[in-house]
Design a protein around this ligand. Structure first.
Ligand SMILES: [Zn+2]
Length: 461
């Protein structure tokens, strides 16, 4: 019966409806994507205190139009699965009107709100520090259609969301007029400093002249022909120096994993600045170091590929932090011999993003024994509230041996999946919204202790 009624309404409407005007407008948004990184000292149940590092994929879309003037009915809009295309000057005339852009940083502010959120159920936090690391930020335009039509209720203006293909809302006459005023003739900002410029340069290794076959997401990679370090720059490919672990002789079963290496400085009130891990450890534990905890050297190391935001990846980040900072290193700038042919994993995490994570590496290097002796006051004073600065980064390659599904060293191993990536790894990445929803659901579920109590009374499993 309902479908018969609908059908009658539809045919009546189709016979009388008339589109008076249909206009395409492009509306600017600010899109920010990155990750929320949380360092939490805490415990599972009655367990010992542990240092746990977790990271979550985070993205936020916020209006970059004058929201006081226009209402796009877009609260809670997220563009996560959208495909962005660069806006070309040739397209501007074809794409209808552009709503003027205003300065907007709400998307960044919104991401910051996740820093202190509880996102892991069953893990009781003693002290927590969160930071946002941004890896993509841009103005993006979304299409809307303004349709003025004569419908069953008379003359109406509808706002269609061109991305989702749905009616976003019905506009008043005043709202419709507001859209018509003040079009942006130059949405690309061709005169502005951020106008995109494309440079076409030959793909030739500056050292040997061969095409070095750069992997798609590489920031720094190694020329397969001569083993020189190569990076792309606006002027073309340039040589980049790198160090590698001395003493290891790479062969075909070797994988060289890249790390960003930063000199660091920890400023504490009333104390000389700390620039080595030995003095950092001694400042935290003046009565003597916990057993097996002896970080060494004057550098902080951050894995130079996108390791964080899966549970396995976050744990590997901590395992690597403990292993890499727990020994002293001898480096050599010599290239790997051409007969070695190891696998060079390219640097795919830019230096600036790695620098954003360096504080987290200082936290993650705490072993079980040292985390058990940390407390809120100590951690806040020595790390969370300390004045941290990190110097210029350099690339250091560490030798691992391929052993089935892992790359291994005596002290640590990394699952190959966490380096090779692809869809199986992408499926394991956790978003902040997903983690928050799971946390909320777990709060509502009766705990194991409650369930045991209930089952005793009801006699059920
Ligand atoms: Zn080369």
């Amino acid at each position: 019966m309902i479908s018969a009624l609908l059908k009658r309404f539809e045919s009546g409407l189709r016979a009388s409806a008339k589109i008076v005007d249909c206009r395409l407008v492009h509306v600017p948004y600010r899109q920010t994507a990155g990750k929320v990184v949380q360092a939490v000292l805490g415990r599972h149940g009655d367990g010992a205190k542990i240092a746990r590092l977790r990271a979550y994929v985070a993205e936020q879309t916020s209006p970059a139009y004058d929201a006081a003037r226009l209402n796009l009915r877009d609260t809670g809009l997220r563009l996560g699965r959208s495909i962005f295309r660069p806006l070309l000057s040739a397209d501007v005339a074809r794409l209808g009107g552009f709503v003027p852009r205003v300065a907007a940083n709400a998307s960044r502010r919104e991401l910051e709100k996740w820093r202190g959120q509880n996102l892991e159920a069953g893990f009781e936090s003693v002290a927590k520090q969160g930071q946002v690391s941004v890896n993509f930020e841009a103005a993006v335009y979304r299409p809307y259609y303004l349709v003025r039509a004569l419908l069953d209720r008379g003359d109406e203006t509808l706002l269609f969301d061109g991305g989702f293909g749905t009616i976003a809302g019905y506009l008043t006459g005043a709202e419709r007029d507001a859209f018509a005023r003040g079009k942006d003739k130059d949405p690309l900002g061709t005169a502005g400093p951020s106008f995109r410029r494309v440079a076409v340069v030959p793909s030739r290794c500056p050292n040997c002249g061969m095409d070095p076959k750069l992997p798609e997401d590489a920031v720094v990679s190694i020329c397969a022909n001569c083993h020189a370090g190569i990076a792309a720059s606006p002027e073309g490919l340039i040589l980049v120096n790198y160090d590698r672990e001395e003493g290891a002789t790479p062969d075909r079963s070797t994988a060289l994993l890249p790390f960003w290496r930063f000199p660091f400085r920890i400023g504490l009130p009333g104390m000389p600045a700390i620039t080595t891990l030995e003095s950092y450890a001694a400042a935290i534990f003046p009565q003597g170091l916990p057993k097996g905890f002896s970080p060494q050297g004057a550098s902080v190391y951050v894995p130079a590929w996108r390791l964080l935001t899966t549970e396995a990846g976050d744990e590997a980040f901590s395992d690597l932090a403990q292993a890499v900072h727990g020994q002293s290193w001898n480096w050599t700038p010599d290239r790997v011999g051409l007969d070695g042919r190891p696998r060079f994993v390219p640097v795919s995490l830019p230096e600036e993003e790695a620098r954003d994570l360096a504080w987290a590496a200082l936290f993650a290097l705490h072993t079980k024994a040292s985390a058990a002796r940390l407390n809120t006051l100590l951690l806040k004073r020595m790390l969370f509230d300390a004045k941290l600065s990190f110097g210029k980064g350099s690339v250091a390659l560490i030798s691992f041996k391929e052993q089935g599904k892992v790359y291994a060293r005596p002290e640590v191993s990394v699952a190959r999946l966490l380096i090779d990536g692809g869809p199986p790894l992408a499926a394991q990445r956790v978003t902040v919204q997903g983690a928050a929803a799971a946390f909320l659901a777990a709060q509502k579920r009766p705990s194991m202790a409650d369930r045991v109590k209930t089952s005793r009374f009801s006699g059920e499993e």
